[in-house]
Ligand binder design. Structure first.
Ligand SMILES: Cc1ncc(COP(=O)(O)O)c(C=O)c1O
Length: 464
């Protein structure tokens, strides 16, 4: 092992052996040396530090006597398994749900990891380690990952694509920022309002002008798109955060408008695999492969810690992203791609999707039942619902009361692109995510959430 840096004061009065012992003791107490670490031989350490072996031997003797190290005959000197005063290792937290500072996680955007089959997960990680390490990066993504994405899109999203149409990404949000940097600086990009703030952040950081466009219960109001846009960012499968599913007619209108005006559509399909009791709608990318950049991610169906996503886009846009990756030396990390590929190839991904849909459908039903009598929006898809509140004050009151009850909820205000008074009606409310906690935590928290919401709504009986 590496010896920690040791500074000795050779001109000072303190014996060098005592200084050396103190330095090693300090390293063990501070964590630079750990239980079980093997110290260099007295001879080697003496040579490294330019000391006589008498000094290093005396220091080791001192530490042996104090119990910091132990000598194993013929095997060297080791830091003891329990050196005096060393900090105890922190216990690992085996949490199934997300964490929100000790609160029950009921914010949107956290995946349901509770039902992930740990055996299958382990197998995928093991299989991901099988291939020899790659010497060359693959900025466009691993070929087997791109093939797995093609299969996933066909089976689970009804989108036919070829492997060369797909670029691996580190996740949707990063990909939005990458696409943003390929657009001319200063150009206008429409976003849903309320909408996904990290998309807004990525667009603005690229020097683009963000143009908020209203959203209603069905999603983006396509007719309200202004002229002169370079791109439109939207979440048609389950509008984030209001939860609408963009109807087929609006999808067709958006694609036709994009062709007529010459803008690109960024279709963020962040939770598109999650849908309940409703027929699938065609992806924008299926309707307009020539003008749609489709963004998918493993973040909601598995976990964002994989850092695995995909982009299906027209060739010119893919090439612009690839050129930018080449210029800047950026590329998505392959480890998550390998795990996703292995998880998909074994059939575990398809099994997991069935399981997670069943689980989330059950949770959604529990949420709707617990909130009986309260209007719940956006419950046909995804893993969060929205409950409208009369005003911003009611929203703040509900968030504070929930926090006091140990529950982390989310408010709509945070998702407004144009701060309240809002661009559209009903911009006050609660975004309630039901994937991020355990089922038991959710069940235990729902009655309190219902009580808090009813109290806020009873102050304004005509509110929705
Ligand atoms: C609308 C939307 N898009 C994308 C993402 C994140 O995707 P990724 O983790 O792939 O960046 C989220 C996460 O909450 C989201 O809410």
């Amino acid at each position: 092992m590496d010896v920690p840096p040791i500074v000795l004061d050779r001109a000072g009065g303190e014996p060098l052996a005592a200084q050396l012992a103190a330095a090693l003791r300090g390293a063990a107490a501070g964590g630079a040396l750990r239980a079980g670490d093997r110290l260099p031989s007295t001879r080697a350490l003496a040579a490294t530090l330019g000391l006589s072996r008498t000094v290093t031997s005396a220091a080791y003797e001192q530490l042996l006597a104090e119990g910091w190290v132990e000598g194993r005959v013929g095997a060297g000197t080791y830091v003891t398994t329990a050196p005096p005063a060393s900090p105890a290792p922190a216990p690992a937290r085996a949490a199934a749900g997300g964490s929100a500072g000790g609160l029950v996680m009921m914010r949107a955007g956290v995946p349901c990891t509770e039902v992930l089959d740990r055996g299958a997960w382990r197998r995928a990680w093991r299989a991901a380690a099988d291939p020899a390490p790659d010497a060359e990066p693959r900025p466009e993504g691993l070929p087997e990952f791109r093939a797995a994405v093609v299969e996933h899109l066909l089976r689970h999203r009804g989108l036919p694509a070829a492997p060369e149409d797909v670029l691996a990404t580190g996740g949707s949000t990063g990909a939005i920022a990458e696409i943003a940097r390929t657009l001319p600086a200063g150009s206008a990009v429409a976003v849903e309002d309320p909408g996904y703030q990290r998309a807004v952040g990525g667009l603005r950081a690229a020097g683009l002008r963000v143009v908020p466009v209203p959203v209603d219960e069905a999603g983006l109001v396509v007719e309200a798109l202004p002229a002169g846009l370079a791109a439109v960012y939207c979440t048609p499968a389950h509008q984030f955060p209001l939860g609408g599913r963009l109807p087929a007619a609006r999808r067709v209108a958006l694609v036709e408008r994009a062709r007529a005006d010459g803008f690109v559509v960024l279709e963020d399909d962040y939770d598109g695999e999650l849908r309940y009791d409703v027929a699938p709608l065609p992806l924008l990318a299926a309707l307009g492969p020539d003008i749609v950049a489709h963004l998918g991610t493993a973040s909601k169906i598995l976990t964002p810690t994989l850092g695995a996503g995909w982009l299906v886009a027209p060739r010119a846009l893919r090439e612009a992203v690839a050129r930018q990756r080449d210029r800047t030396g950026t590329r998505p990390a392959p480890a998550g791609q390998r795990v996703f590929t292995a998880f998909a190839a074994s059939g575990d991904l398809a099994r997991h999707l069935r399981r997670v849909r069943r689980e989330l459908a059950g949770r959604r039903a529990e949420v709707v039942e617990a909130l009986a009598g309260i209007a719940v929006r956006g419950d046909e898809a995804g893993a969060h619902v929205v409950i409208g509140l009369p005003d911003v004050t009611a929203e703040r009151t509900v968030l504070d009361a929930a926090e006091a009850a140990g529950i982390a909820l989310d408010g709509l205000q945070r998702h407004l692109v144009t701060p309240a008074p809002g661009p559209a009606a009903s911009t006050a409310g609660i975004v309630l995510g039901y994937a991020g906690s355990t089922r038991a935590e959710l069940r235990a928290a729902l009655p309190a959430v219902a009580t808090i919401l009813r109290a806020a709504l009873s102050d304004a009986p005509d509110a929705r």
